[in-house]
Write a protein that binds this ligand. Structure first.
Ligand code: FES
Ligand SMILES: [Fe+2]
Length: 444
């Protein structure tokens, strides 16, 4: 193909380049992205998915066994017993660990051999052999694990939205048969909301999302966030999506957040999502739905298991094929890109700024780890809970000639982003009071 290749009826000349971006797509042990991802805590299962039987799980391309011993401790260990490789999915849970079914070796949650019953008392097995194990932590209904080098384990991060007074976090999970990045990139692609969810088919959330937003992307040491500003009558609705590397997202409302008649200051997101690679071609989304007095979408009907598993109406799966064709959502968009979408066959445009920024930062972070560096963890910057920005703010800004020449929406949007950043100096209620005071002063 060269410059003179015609643009019409050019299928023969334009076969897709199927080469994938190995550095971002491969997540197994020893791969650049896999090793980078292993430097963070990730959710691996819902707490209530554990029973009195071990659970076989796959995470970052590694088969593992997750269990809760009879004393309540959670263990995450290699699938295969170090004696003769029997699978511990058939193990027996004990008071302080798990016992292999084949010859009865018992292991603690840290992988130490507690007992090898067929061996002599003076056997050195307990000193010389162990089962591979990873630290796991249960928090608010999800089990998190760290699969990286033990000496580099970061502090467990707790985010501001998890600790809102009286708040409840309801965990949920969904699986997708495609590469993790396809799912994660959706969070930095605000334009798909305008088209996939609103203009192209039926209105899946609210018509207001069909208005093209103006966007402001901002980077921070451990992530990025962006605001989307849309006019609604005399007000500007500024919705914020927050991404903390590598795979954490919180987003503002997808349903109506404004009646177009009143302001609103930093109403909080109603979900937190981690996009967790199972392996190169499968992904689990583990998440919380938030119910608290600051969450914008704490609708009681979203507490049902069915509603939780849907994540939102746009990610429905298991629908009849015809219905999926007539009303495709995020699930169809992700899966339709292929198991691992080849970046070389894409044609990124100006509206893909978020995707470009996210990939570029990921590559930089991966390269940093590959060359012996450490990723920046939010817990190194914030001593307490980590401030996040997933939210909705509505500010009064009447359309008028006076402001027309000043690109007023953009100025307002910039001011809102800067106020959010400035709020990091404060914690808890003090921060909310600061943000409300500063944001309310922006009303015209
Ligand atoms: S294979 Fe596990 S105890 Fe023998
Ligand atoms: Fe979406």
């Amino acid at each position: 193909m060269n410059e003179s290749t015609p643009l019409s009826f050019s299928g023969y000349h334009r076969q897709r380049n199927l080469k994938i971006d190995e550095d971002l797509a491969r997540v197994g042990p020893g791969t650049p992205c896999g090793e980078y991802m292993r430097r963070f805590w990730h959710p691996v299962a819902k707490s209530d998915s554990l029973s009195d039987l071990p659970k076989l799980v796959r995470h970052l391309g590694e088969d593992l066994v997750l269990f809760r011993d009879k004393s309540g401790q959670v263990g995450l260990v290699h699938r295969h017993c170090p004696h003769r490789n029997a699978s511990l999915e058939f193990g027996i849970i004990t008071n302080e660990g798990i016992r292999c079914c084949y010859h009865g070796w018992e292991f603690g949650i840290d992988g130490k051999v507690l007992c090898a019953p067929a061996e002599e008392d003076d056997s050195h097995i307990r000193d010389n052999v162990c089962l591979g194990a990873y630290p796991a932590k249960e928090y608010r209904g999800l089990i998190f694990a760290y699969l990286g080098p033990p000496e580099l384990r970061p502090a467990f991060p707790i985010y501001d939205t998890f600790e809102i007074d009286g708040g409840e976090l309801v965990p949920y999970e969904t699986t997708l048969p495609c590469n993790w990045l396809q799912v994660a990139e959706n969070s930095v692609d605000p334009m798909h909301v305008v088209y996939l969810h609103t203009r192209v088919n039926i209105v899946q959330f609210t018509e207001k999302l069909g208005v093209l937003p103006i966007m402001d992307f901002r980077e921070r040491p451990y992530g990025l966030f962006y605001t989307k500003a849309r006019r609604v009558n005399d007000f500007v609705w500024i919705s914020t999506n927050d991404v903390i590397f590598p795979n954490f997202t919180q987003a503002g409302c997808v349903y109506d957040s404004t009646d177009g008649k009143s302001p609103k200051y930093f109403g909080r997101n109603s979900f937190t999502r981690w996009v967790v690679p199972v392996d190169d071609e499968n992904t689990t989304v583990l998440a919380y739905r938030h119910f608290n007095h600051r969450a914008e979408q704490s609708r009681p009907e979203w507490r049902t298991q069915e509603a939780l598993e849907k994540i939102d109406i746009a990610e429905l799966k298991n629908r009849p094929y015809e219905e999926r064709q007539r009303n495709p959502g995020d699930y169809e968009a992700f899966i339709g890109q292929g198991k691992i979408t080849p970046h070389r066959s894409e044609h990124l445009a100006t509206s893909d700024r978020g995707v470009v920024m996210y990939r570029r930062r990921l590559k930089k972070e991966i390269l940093n780890v590959q060359s012996g560096g450490n990723p920046v963890h939010a817990t190194e910057i914030h001593a307490g809970t980590i401030p996040t920005y997933g939210s909705d703010t509505v500010i009064r800004l009447p359309e008028s000639e006076k402001y027309a020449a000043q690109d007023p929406m953009r100025n307002l949007q910039t001011a809102v982003g800067e106020i959010y950043e400035a709020g990091d100096k404060y914690d808890g209620d003090e921060r909310y009071a600061f943000l409300e005071e500063q944001l309310s002063a922006l009303n015209q």
